[in-house]
Design a protein around this ligand. Structure first.
Ligand code: AMP
Ligand code: FES
Ligand code: ZN
Ligand code: ZN
Length: 344
C-alpha cells in the first residue's frame, strides 16, 4: 500500500476515508484534521487557555501533543485515582504523563527559549494560580487518595455506590476534579481525549435505551453549565481509535496500553466489539452513525428532550459547583460521612 501523497510505503490505510498515508504524511494529517474539527465545532481559539485531561493513554497524550504543536495554550491535568489493579494502573499512567512532558520536543518555531527543560509538574493541594507561561506547558496532578483521604475504589466501596465496580463513582469524581481545576486555574476550556469509538459506544448504548436526556447532551462541545465554568470539548471525537493509536506510535509517544482493570466486561466494551464487527463488514459505519446523529441533533431531533430534561442548576453549598439538587452536590455528599470536612 502506497501513501496517497508521496507514493512511499504507507503506515496506515484508513478504509473509511479511502486514504493510505506514510508516517510523515500521517503525522501531518492528524493535526490538520484536529485543527479542522476545532474550527468546525468552534471549540476554542488560540487566545483561550485549555486544560487537557490526560489519563496516560494514547488519546489524551496525543491530543495534548497536537494542541501544543498547533500552538494552543494547553496545560495537562492528571487525576490519580488510586487503582492498583492491572499492572499498577494508576501509578503507571501517572508516569506516562510525566514522561510525556519530559520528552516533549517543542517545535523549532518556538525557539530556544521555550525548551521544556524546566517543565513543571505540580501536585495540586487546593486552588491553583493561573499559569501564564503558556509555552512551557504544565501538568497538574491531583491525587485523590492524598487529597481526600480515600482512593476511588475505597470511597466506592465505603459508600456502596459501586462496591464491585467503582466506575460510576470514578466518573463523578473525575468530572468534579476536572471542573475544579479548570475553574480555579482560570481555564476557558476543558478538553478530553474521547475518540470516535468512545463516542459511538456511548451513542449506541443511549440509543438502545432511547435515553433522550443523555443523547441531547452528547456533543463535541458542551457549553459551560454556569458562567465562570469551562466548556467541555472533544477534539478527537471524529478519529477512530486505531488512528489515535497509530499517531501515538508513529510520533513515539509512550502510553499505557492497558485499560483500567475495572473496565473489563463493561457494556461499553461489549458495544465497541459489536460496532467493530459492523465496521469490518462496512467501513465507515461508525463514523456515519456518529455524524448522522450530530446532524439530526443539530436539526432539532432532540429539542423536546432538551426542554423536558433542562433543570435549573443550584450551586453546591460547599464546593460551589453546579448541582441539580439544592444543598450539597453528589461529589460533596460522597465524603460527608467521612468525618472531617474534605477540601473541595
Ligand atoms: P475514559 O473514560 O477512561 O475513556 O477517558 C476518557 C477521557 O477522560 C480521556 O481521554 C482523558 O481525557 C480523560 N481521563 C480519563 N482518566 C483520566 C485521569 N485519570 N486523569 C485525567 N483525565 C482522565
Ligand atoms: Fe475509573 Fe477505572 S478509570 S474505575
Ligand atoms: Zn507520504
Ligand atoms: Zn459540592
Amino acid at each position: 500500500m502506497k501513501c496517497r501523497k508521496c507514493g512511499n510505503e504507507a503506515v496506515i490505510n484508513m478504509r473509511q476515508h479511502k486514504l493510505a498515508l506514510c508516517d510523515e504524511h500521517f503525522l501531518e494529517w492528524v493535526p490538520e484534521q484536529t485543527q479542522r474539527f476545532i474550527e468546525k465545532y468552534k471549540m476554542f481559539t488560540r487566545d483561550e487557555r485549555i486544560l487537557v485531561a490526560v489519563s496516560g493513554g494514547k488519546d489524551s497524550l496525543s491530543l495534548w501533543d497536537i494542541l501544543l504543536r498547533l500552538d494552543y495554550k494547553a496545560d495537562g491535568l492528571y487525576i490519580g485515582l488510586g487503582v492498583e489493579g492491572g499492572a499498577d494502573y494508576s501509578n503507571q499512567s501517572h508516569e506516562m504523563c510525566v514522561k510525556f512532558l519530559e520528552n516533549f520536543n517543542p517545535p523549532k518555531e518556538w525557539g530556544a527559549s521555550s525548551q521544556i527543560s524546566n517543565f513543571n509538574v505540580t501536585a495540586d493541594e487546593g486552588p491553583q494560580t493561573a499559569n501564564t507561561q503558556y509555552l512551557i506547558p504544565k501538568l497538574h496532578v491531583v491525587d485523590i487518595g492524598k487529597l481526600y483521604g480515600e482512593t476511588v475504589p475505597e470511597v466506592a466501596s465505603r459508600t456502596m455506590r459501586g462496591r464491585d465496580k467503582p466506575c460510576s463513582v470514578c466518573g463523578l469524581i473525575k468530572r468534579h476534579v476536572m471542573n475544579r481545576v479548570a475553574r480555579d486555574g482560570g481555564y476557558d476550556v476543558l478538553a478530553t481525549g474521547h475518540n470516535l469509538d468512545d463516542e459511538v459506544a456511548v451513542l449506541f448504548g443511549n440509543t438502545l435505551t432511547w435515553n433522550a436526556g443523555y443523547l441531547v447532551r452528547q456533543a463535541p462541545v458542551l457549553p459551560a453549565d454556569k458562567p465562570g465554568l469551562a466548556r467541555k470539548v472533544k477534539p478527537f471525537c471524529r478519529f477512530y481509535e486505531r488512528e489515535t493509536a497509530a499517531y501515538a506510535l508513529v510520533r513515539g509517544i509512550e502510553y499505557i496500553y492497558d485499560e483500567c482493570p475495572y473496565a473489563e466486561g463493561s457494556t461499553s466494551i461489549e458495544h465497541k466489539e459489536l460496532l467493530n464487527q459492523m465496521e469490518k463488514d462496512r467501513p465507515g459505519t461508525k463514523l456515519q452513525f456518529y455524524l448522522n446523529f450530530l446532524r439530526a441533533r443539530e436539526q432539532g431531533l432532540f429539542a423536546d428532550a432538551e426542554r423536558a430534561t433542562r433543570v435549573e442548576l443550584n450551586t453546591c453549598e460547599k464546593c460551589g459547583q453546579p448541582t441539580s439538587a439544592p444543598g450539597l452536590c453528589a461529589f460533596c455528599r460522597l465524603w460527608e460521612r467521612h468525618g472531617d470536612a474534605a477540601p473541595t
